[in-house]
Design a protein. Structure first.
Length: 233
């Protein structure tokens, strides 16, 4: 299935809702969980989830979720997660990836790291001002506003909480499940991850609540993490 056909699968409202839900989770999602989250029947949810797998937008694994094994343990459940495969459609065709690869290679060749980071920070500041004008309020003033801003930039943020009551509190950590620059970060991690860090620093500005750091971890999509300033002090 080509990119246009795969993305076309998201034209169905329930299918898009299922994809968005699965992509937003930091764990594999069962059919039962997806059905509960969307309010749709499990059989219908199973059909749409498997269509998303067929299109390469999701992938699945099978395992028992009740912790039991051996005879009588029941069949393994299908658990879904977002596929790491990139899908993109441009009409007419545009090849921005090749341009980005060329520019990245050139920047590394002449060691323009500082210049790239300065430009990225300025771009983040411009994006912050634009968001503030659009929303009519300061951004990054709360965890909810920060998460909304990061979602708009494609980071797929989620909050790790140190408290069981579910409230945003000192000690919160916002991690990103997706790196918008993943392809370039794989080939030029020092330059691109540093650029991403500078971009987010500009995007957050002088936030009274959050500081952005690089914390490489193999189990999440982006090496940047936001920590509450009270925690990082």
């Amino acid at each position: 299935m080509d990119d246009a056909q795969a993305i076309g699968l998201l034209g169905d409202p329930l299918r898009r809702q299922l994809y968005d839900y699965v992509a937003a989770q930091d764990h594999d999602v069962s059919r039962a969980e997806a059905a509960e989250a969307t309010g749709a029947k499990r059989t219908l949810v199973a059909f749409h989830l498997d269509k998303l797998v067929e299109g390469g937008l999701l992938e699945y694994t099978e395992r028992r979720v009740n912790g039991r094994s051996g005879p009588g343990a029941g069949r393994p459940a299908k658990l879904y997660r977002r596929s790491p495969v990139e899908r993109a459609v441009s009409l007419p065709h545009r090849d921005y990836r090749t341009a980005a690869e060329v520019l990245t290679e050139a920047a590394e060749a002449v060691r323009l790291d500082d210049e790239v980071f300065t430009a990225a920070r300025a771009q983040g500041e411009a994006l912050r001002r634009s968001a503030a004008e659009r929303l009519g309020a300061a951004v990054a003033e709360s965890a909810e506003a920060t998460i909304s801003l990061l979602e708009q930039r494609g980071y797929e943020p989620h909050t790790d909480r140190d408290h069981a009551d579910g409230d945003h509190a000192d000690g919160d950590v916002i991690r990103m499940a997706n790196c918008p620059f993943h392809h370039l970060a794989e080939t030029s991690p020092s330059l691109i991850c540093g650029m991403n860090l500078a971009l987010l620093e500009g995007l957050l500005g002088d936030s009274p609540h959050w500081t952005v750091q690089i914390e490489p971890r193999p189990d999440i999509g982006c090496c940047t993490v936001l920590r509450s300033k009270s925690q990082s002090d």
